[in-house]
Design a binder for this molecule. Structure first.
Ligand code: BTN
Length: 264
């Protein structure tokens, strides 16, 4: 379908702006150009970008590609997808970013579960998904993506940009086009049969696992809410996009949230 596309020179946060627009639409009369599945809000600059865990996500004007898409995943006959599958949406977008950076910049990027993309071990992109619940509509997700494209300097040593990592100047529009070209067909495949596409041996599970830098490594997952961290070897993804860790005793744990820290 042809979703709405809005382009703003500057906005606080595309995620917050899109969420507000979708919420307004749910409460009032339908706007002339409704926000539907695969609608896009793009901006040249965010003045108040947000990251996970309420962190700020700050970029210099003109350097980053920042956009959010509205996803209201529905399967055959328009049946809403169970929200347990929604973590896959972030992973599918992360995989699309990896492919786009390979296509347009020749960058060897990898997914750092659950929502970062790294080049040379440094963060080049971050994703942030927020659930939009409305009693009269199927559940939706506002999925925001920020890609460091043209920065010469990054504020922290753990971050990089396409230009820093590859020495190449690529247009943000070219990156966006490549990301969406990679994402949309996978999104449709996912909606058509999420269990088959993301189940063991499923094509989208393999697609994401093959692009993850985390697999085979010893990691510690810090869980939110003060729970005991889980340590083990990352062995794959679970049914709902969680990270499967095998501990020293051979038991598997599916970690569904939190920060993953690599251990030597
Ligand atoms: C993270 O690194 O924790 C996630 C960063 C997500 C940044 C993107 S940029 C577009 C969208 N709008 C925001 O305010 N954040 C996301």
């Amino acid at each position: 379908g042809a979703g709405r596309i809005d382009v703003l020179d500057e906005v606080g946060s595309t995620n917050e702006q899109l969420r507000a627009a979708v919420t307004r639409q749910a409460r009032g009369p339908a706007p002339a150009r409704p926000w539907t599945d695969l609608s896009l809000l793009l901006t040249g600059h965010q003045s108040a970008g947000r990251g996970r865990l309420d962190r700020v996500w700050t970029t210099e004007p003109g350097t980053a590609l920042t956009f959010s898409v509205l996803l209201r995943p529905a399967g055959a006959g328009g049946r809403p997808l169970p929200t347990q599958y929604f973590p896959w949406l972030t992973l599918l977008m992360a995989a699309a970013v990896v492919e786009a950076l390979a296509d347009v910049a020749g960058a060897g990027a990898r997914i750092k579960w659950p929502n970062d993309v790294l080049v040379d071990g440094r963060k080049v992109a971050g994703l942030l998904a927020g659930l939009v619940l409305d009693p009269h509509r199927a559940p939706a997700v506002v999925l925001g993506t920020g890609i460091n494209v043209a920065q010469d300097e990054l504020p922290v040593a753990t971050a990089t940009s396409v230009r820093r990592a590859t020495g190449r100047d690529v247009a943000r529009a070219a990156v966006l086009e490549a990301v969406l070209a990679a994402f949309v067909p996978r999104y449709r495949q996912f909606c058509a049969d999420p269990a088959a596409a993301t189940g063991p041996g499923g094509p989208l599970r393999r697609l994401v696992e093959d692009r993850m830098e985390t697999l085979g490594r010893s990691v510690r997952a810090e869980l939110p809410g003060g729970a005991e961290p889980v340590t083990g070897t990352a062995v794959g993804l679970g049914a709902h996009g969680g990270l499967l860790l095998r501990d020293g005793a051979g038991a598997e744990h599916e970690v569904t949230a939190g920060d993953v820290v690599h251990l030597r």
